[in-house]
Ligand binder design. Sequence first.
Ligand SMILES: Cc1cc2nc3c(=O)[nH]c(=O)nc-3n(C[C@H](O)[C@H](O)[C@H](O)COP(=O)(O)O)c2cc1C
Length: 495
Amino acid sequence: MSKIGLEISETPRDVAFCSHAITKPDELTEVVDASIDDRFKNNPLVIEDPKIRFYAGKPLRTPDGYALGTLCVIGTEPKTLTQTQKKALDHLADLAMRLIDERINSPVAVIGRAVESQFPLGILLTDASKTDNPIIYCNRGFEKMTGYTQAEIIDRNCRFLQGKDTQTDTVELMRTAIAENRAIVVIVKNYRKDGSEFWCELTLSPVYDGNGKVIRYLGIQDDVTQRVTAQQALEDSHNELKREAKQREETELKSQHLQDELVHLGRVSTMAQMATGLAHEINQPLMAISQSAYSAQRIAQGAETIDSIMIECLEDIQSETQRAGDIIRTLRRLIRRDNPQKSKVNINNIAEQAIRLLKRDPRAHNIDIAVNSGNIPPVWADRVQIAQVLLNLLRNSIDSMSTVTNTDSKGDEITVTTLQQNDMVHVIVHDNGPGISPDVSLFKSFETTKDDGLGIGLSISRSIIELHHGKIWHDESTESGCSMVFTLPVDSPTA
Ligand SMILES: Cc1cc2nc3c(=O)[nH]c(=O)nc-3n(C[C@H](O)[C@H](O)[C@H](O)COP(=O)(O)O)c2cc1C
């Protein structure tokens, strides 16, 4: 502090004039002629160069009374200060003390001291004006956090903190922010000197010079390992809970589905037993009817006057009982899950036959039923079963149309269209009746739209078509009426 006129920057305490002055903090110490002053006459600074003669010093006291040093004037000639000069020295000492106090306690100085003491965060400063942004400073917090000393890291880029699990996308974010002189906050996996890893919440901020150029980068590191791992554990357990809930839901859904299936199966098997018994019971009278019709036919043929209408009726009775017998046999085979008796059949022919049969139904008299025969190849199928499917679909159409009065000017219409698409023959039964509500599960046994129906017709039809490797469905895209479609493969006898 008392450097003016002296070459030495520090004067030993035992010879310093100031050490005398500082003992009287409130007074101005004045030495008029040191060569005759008992306190200083033997002082080497007086005897030898610079041969001090005059000294006046005023202690610099902090507001809480602590004397930091002195403000002094020194001369090589004896001198006595005037009152004005003494006052000026007092004033100067006060001013110096205020300036020192302001510097010591300025926010920047306080932050600097805080950063250097027990600060729990790491602080790094890099020189952004140099190639690869080397470190020029780190605080003790950084040394404690990473295990590196300042000497070990000076002049290096901070990337030495990264390791095998450091996220490359986060490093990329930092690289871009620094290249664009932006501040950024990231959480990055870093590695200590001993190789152990930690999660570092890193705040990077550019520091500008007076011309707006970035000259430094400030980095603040916070070890957030506990927070990140707790968060990860929480997320893991949350995901686990979600997975368990989903699994539970799926299990419940499956068991509900199974229960539904079991209930359904129970009903089907009861009905199957009833149907087998019924088929057996019905078969007996059918045989008898057929036999009687045959006998009546023979008698009618042998009669004197041949009644051709009667003979036709008897023929009808016989062929209908035959068909009823076929259907019952099919039903029994289906219940026993027998394979279809396949042969090469022409679907167009079956459609024509089915329509001829249905035409005898009085309810069908006013319905225009037509076949739109496409150019289709024969299919390998059980003729009776396919006829049964067609009959079933056509009867459903007739039934649905008889429930409502048609307002369509064309009148009631059913068309059976056949066509080939790729290696499948499509059969479409379309009617202009009231259509089917989307809520009805059409192909489930014992679900029916009819008041007096059993709901097994479509279910049996589906079994038949599936046994033939085809599909059957309700075409919901049809705008008016109802379209049922089934397909059969154009396949070989081996299928
Ligand atoms: C002041 C400052 C402090 C940094 N501190 C870290 C740090 O603690 N951990 C870290 O992984 N990267 C830190 N970086 C980022 C790397 O130094 C470097 O910019 C980053 O890896 C992207 O650049 P690169 O792709 O060239 O490695 C810091 C960067 C600066 C400027």
